[in-house]
Design a protein around this ligand. Structure first.
Ligand SMILES: Nc1ncnc2c1ncn2[C@@H]1O[C@H](COP(=O)(O)OP(=O)(O)O)[C@@H](O)[C@H]1O
Ligand SMILES: [Mg+2]
Length: 395
């Protein structure tokens, strides 16, 4: 009898094994579909103003419903799969129990087993199958969790766009001289964005870059900060190819202020100290003063502890730019990059930013991309980029 009862366990395990990959694949599908639906929300919240201005709320709503629908269908498929799995398990346990019962009854009738003993055996059999059923059910749930974990790890393990050489050298603090040597670059095959770009920026000088929209100015910055690597040519920092340094070390050499600075939903102080989490309050205030941000921060209800809303929407564009500038001050990197820092602000704010910039330029290499003559007035050289080529270089 014991043998019969035990004989049912290998098939039980086999069923669990057969269903495992299927359940895992379906769970994976569900996670992917649900992520897709959430991505819509994320995008829409990120660009809420754009969605609203263009009156696309309804279409975005539809897009979310469509993606969610797919997620729901995936969930139903998964539930069906899990259902079939537990039916199979239940069936097997049932057959096992029945077999033991039939054999037991035959033995009782033949007189080799007392009825009491048979009942006892049935009790044991039930005890044996219970944990097996539990294991079977856990296998199903576990597959779901494993699929979630897989997805999380996939995000964390995403390969960076640029590799680090195994023999990459460390870089403490660069002096800040920058050279582009015959650099060409394309984001997609056959669509060159930069053509044979060469220029040199001496350490401690400031260079303005001008050029129409789409000329390739931001791309130059992306290559310099190693968000991408050139298709041809080399980018040198202190005379060494940036690919020869450790990636994190290269990035640490730059402080970047973008056209529309994103703030994180945290306090103003935390936003300024973003790259230097352990910064003292004095350091933060000094940076804010230098960036002409101290006055307006002081006027806020909780001063430096004021929480900026989701993506910093509670502050004006000019205020956010000045906080970004304070962040750059505090980061204290040898190279400062400003990509159209004043294009979204009024003349008064621009004057405050430009004045702060004068202070920030002290002892640093500075690259300012701007159409505004006032923003690049202090630059020692100008670079003009048109359609991915350098057309003028006054250095
Ligand atoms: N991530 C990207 N993927 C593909 N093409 C891009 C990407 N970023 C920019 N481009 C293209 O590269 C060209 C140069 O863009 P960009 O460097 O942003 O110009 P600028 O900053 O001078 O306005 C444009 O034609 C733009 O469409
Ligand atoms: Mg740009």
């Amino acid at each position: 009898l014991a043998l019969v009862a035990l004989a049912t366990s290998p098939p039980l395990l086999l069923i669990a094994r057969a269903y495992r990959p299927r359940l895992r694949a379906q769970s994976r599908d569900v996670r992917r579909l649900e992520s897709a639906a959430l991505a819509v929300i994320h995008e829409v919240l990120g660009a809420l103003r754009v969605v609203k201005v263009f009156g696309q709320e309804e279409r975005e709503g539809d897009r979310f419903v469509r993606r969610s629908d797919e997620g729901v269908r995936g969930r139903v498929r998964l539930a069906l799969g899990e259902g079939r799995f537990s039916v199979a398990l239940g069936l097997l346990v049932g057959i096992g129990t029945t077999l033991v019962l039939f054999l037991g009854i035959a033995h009782v009738q033949a007189g080799t087993l007392s009825l009491g003993s048979l009942l006892l055996v049935m009790g044991y059999v039930a005890k044996l199958f219970d944990p097996m059923k539990t294991i079977g059910r856990k296998v199903a749930t576990l597959q779901g969790y494993l699929a979630s974990a897989e997805r999380a790890f996939a995000v964390l393990d995403q390969e960076p766009d640029v590799d680090e050489r195994p023999d990459a050298q460390p870089l403490e603090r660069a002096r800040g001289s920058i050279t582009f040597e015959h650099v060409s670059f394309s984001y997609a095959p056959d669509r060159r964005v930069l053509h044979d770009v060469s220029f040199t920026i001496a350490a401690g000088t400031s260079v303005g870059i001008e050029g129409t929209t789409g000329a390739g100015k931001t791309t130059i910055i992306s290559l310099l900060t190693r968000l991408y690597d050139p298709t041809e040519g080399r980018v040198l920092l202190d005379g060494v190819d940036v690919r020869d340094y450790r990636r994190a070390d290269v990035r640490r050499q730059f402080a970047v202020v973008l056209q529309d600075s994103v703030l994180f939903s945290a306090s103003i102080a935390e936003n300024i100290a973003y790259a230097v989490p352990g910064a003292s309050r004095d350091g933060i205030v000094a940076a804010a003063r230098a960036a002409n941000a101290h006055e307006f921060i002081e006027r806020l209800p909780q001063g430096y502890d004021t929480e900026v809303g989701e993506r910093g929407v509670k502050l004006s564009g000019g205020q956010r730019q000045r906080i970004a500038l304070a962040r750059a001050f505090l980061t204290d990197s040898p190279v400062l990059i400003l990509d159209e820092p004043t294009s979204g602000v009024d003349a008064h704010t621009e004057a405050a930013i430009v004045e702060a910039l004068g202070r920030l330029q002290e002892g640093r290499t500075v690259i300012i991309i701007s159409h505004r003559p006032s923003a690049v007035a202090r630059c020692t050289a100008m670079l003009t980029i048109e359609r991915g080529r350098v057309v003028a270089d006054t250095s």
